[in-house]
Design a binder for this molecule. Sequence first.
Ligand code: GLU
Length: 514
Amino acid sequence: MTQVRVRIAPSPTGPLHLGTARTALFNFLFARHVGGTFIFRLEDTDQARSTEAFELDILEGMHWLGLTWDEGPGIGDEPERGAYGPYRQMQRTDRYAAAARRLLDEDKAYYCYCTPDELDAERKRQEAAHQPTRYNGRCAHLTAAERAAFEAEGRKPVVRFRIPPGRTIAFDDIVRGHVEIDSDALGGDLVILRSDGTPLYHFTVAVDDAAMAISHVIRGEDHLSNTPKHILLFEAMGAPIPLFAHLPLILNPDRTKMSKRKSQTAVADYRAQGFIPEAFVNYLALLGWSTGTEEEILSIEELAERFDLATVNRAGAIFDRNRLEWLNGQWIRRLEPSDLIDRLRPFLQSLADADRIDRLPSDDEIRALLPVVQERLPTLASVELIDFLFVRELTVDPGLLVPKRWDAATTLGALSIARDTIAEVGRVSWEAEEIEPPLRELVTDRGWKAGDLFMAVRVAITGKTATPPLFDVMVALGYERTLERLDKAVGMLEALTEPVENVSPAARTIRQEG
Ligand code: GLU
């Protein structure tokens, strides 16, 4: 068997896209599974749209995901590594020129002098006649004299590769099975060099895949229709034809194609929202592939151990953010406390930067909270769940304070008694197991529903309707601050239950609804 060499070949014309990340991952897993080489090549020939910032975003995203490559740019401190470089296409332009030269010399390619206007007119004619649009081959067999005449007019030619007519190009795709495409459906002879000498995508891919001895081309299904062109180019260059595996598209839940306009596709955005790479990689691996067992939570090493290209699905893979969040939560639970604390820091810092908290908690404070918080974090950003612990002045929406089944007066009465009960227990001990029983007793005595009282207390001390367990929250908040916040809520309810003429319009609405 030939040495396995696979590649990811992103164009730095946008930030790292999750589809590219998934393709990179499948290449990586395949290479690691079989002990092959994973190559990173930057396809930066679209100079108008390529930027250094996008390049950095892609490199950083790949590093963040842990998709280490064996050859390519940005390995360790080296600008690039590998015996097949350079790995940036803009540094390989002499190679494309030489390859084009050879094709011209062997008459597998020719100079085409048609102007954009002429091509446009021809396309319109074909459209009007309901014919497939394709290059009509006008320059395919020019005589030396005809060429000289065009040159004399000052026309600058492009180079076109001859697409043989009437051929069936067939290949066995590892994912899709046998594929056949008619060469007449490829749009006619293919431009490989523009009139300024810059190479085009299909050509650079084929030249580089050949030069870099790529054994398997694993890429998105959107490239399936390009593959026959690449096969013809490989043949013309006398290069071995790699095996192909076209991965299913990633779809929105409504089965439309995921596009950057409609969906969140930038890997960096998921990172910023508090997804962790272990989970993100785990999730991406399951977009179009599964182990065939019940196993779902797998590290990148475990994925590599199990990965098999032959079991990749053909059908589109639906991106399900809820499942990603679930997996992320599972992975967050598995983190060591100190590791999790390190990862939470930047998110706490952003809460501080946004004035959502007044101070940053210490490591010890966070560590003490982890037993009740760690299993409740779908993302690192959801650490905002406990922001109320680190604010001096809590803002409470009075509308949330009054439970659905209660009115303001009932809530006021209940909270006042609860406050005194809590004050009483707290004088002796401030443990969750101590605070809970007297409050439950109170609920039973009064014939209330525990949920109603606890919701009122929860909102009073946290401002939120969903928090970690209430009694743990009280302990974390401390005796004094818990009472302070209950007092403040009682004051707020008192204002709400004053005679109508003294009450603000907002409070009146709440009273009516209650
Ligand atoms: N630069 C191409 C892309 O980003 C690579 C396609 C390929 O893998 O052949 O889509």
